[in-house]
Design a protein. Structure first.
Length: 293
């Protein structure tokens, strides 16, 4: 595989990446760029390929075709890059270790380890240093795993479903930590979930994955600007111009269309409103389901 990205702009890049397990394509011509210092929400339904994509970026899986670049290098040849931190979905930690021993392990195995920072993240999580990992709740384990991932002071951190086990307060705390890391240290963060609402507070970019292909990508602000809701009766085609209807929902008297495209300057009797990012993503996912049917 060849490197494809200019490392100064894009720190994670894939071009036409295909990876299949037997006859199942987990990644099917997957192409995208992740900009340095961004916080990217990798979103898709169960089985969309999110974990596979992260494993390819880390070098744990090698695609059958396509090119991958992470921090300017093709992953997999020299182990995980020192600038890269990866938290797998099952949050691998040593059950017999205490939290303090887990941090010492992090310190011994990582040249750039920041012990004070990792310790602060553990104390924010309110987990005692002497507690055994196996005695922790899934949410507490997740917070220790995030502390270990960030304690390495990575340039890029890939987190597979980091917020799934967290209560709302813990989720907000971890989200703030990730945003602070990105803002203060320029860390590039990619975090996955099948629930976008978990990520809208923390992410500024979206990668929507569908059956191994990137369906929608861009900044959340641009995606909001590029979509609108049009409510009324009759044929909307004259009002939407160059736009494309992604989803139509019939109400009792009117129909609401979610449209992808520039807002029309004149829309007659149609009511034009701003959708939420959740509505945009759900509409695109629903469209994928229809295409599949
Ligand atoms: N080791 C494997 N062997 C065979 N098929 C696999 C393997 N790992 C993943 N797959 C298949 O590849 C596809 C993508 O799986 P992946 O785990 O990447 O999806 P995901 O988006 O992370 O899903 P989830 O949200 O449920 O965690 C699925 O169809 C899955 O069944």
């Amino acid at each position: 595989m060849t490197d494809v990205a200019d490392a100064s702009r894009s720190v994670v890049s894939m071009r036409e990446v295909c990876l299949r397990f037997g006859k199942t394509y987990a990644l099917d011509g997957c192409s995208f760029d992740v900009a340095r210092g961004s916080v990217t929400a990798l979103v898709g339904r169960n089985g969309a390929g999110k974990s596979t994509l992260m494993s390819v970026a880390v070098g744990l899986l090698t695609p059958q075709s396509g090119s991958v670049s992470v921090l300017g290098r093709s992953p997999g040849h020299t182990g995980i890059s020192p600038g890269l931190s990866y938290l797998a979905q099952h949050k691998p930690l040593y059950g017999k270790f205490t939290v303090a021993e887990m941090l010492r392990f992090g310190q011994r195995t990582n040249a750039q380890w920041d012990n004070a920072y990792a310790g602060r993240l553990v104390s924010e999580a309110d987990v005692p240093m002497r507690a055994k990992i196996r005695s922790l709740s899934p949410g507490q384990r997740a917070r220790i795993a995030v502390a270990l991932a960030l304690g390495r002071r990575p340039d890029v951190v890939l987190l597979d479903e980091p917020l799934a086990d967290l209560d709302p307060v813990a989720r907000r705390s971890v989200a703030q930590t990730l945003m602070r890391d990105a803002a203060q240290h320029g860390t590039t963060v990619v975090l996955s979930s099948h629930i976008l609402v978990e990520l809208t507070d923390v992410a500024d970019q979206l990668l929507l994955l569908d059956r191994g292909r990137i369906r929608l990508t861009g900044s959340l602000d641009d995606l909001l600007d590029d979509h609108y809701l049009l409510t009324g009766t009759g044929d909307p085609q004259h009002a939407i111009g160059q736009g494309a209807i992604i989803e139509s929902r019939a109400g009792t008297r009117t129909t609401t269309h979610l449209v992808h495209g520039p807002r029309p300057p004149h829309h007659g009797d149609w009511l034009l409103e701003q959708p939420t990012i959740d509505e945009i993503v759900l509409a695109h996912l629903a469209e994928q389901k229809e295409e599949r049917a």
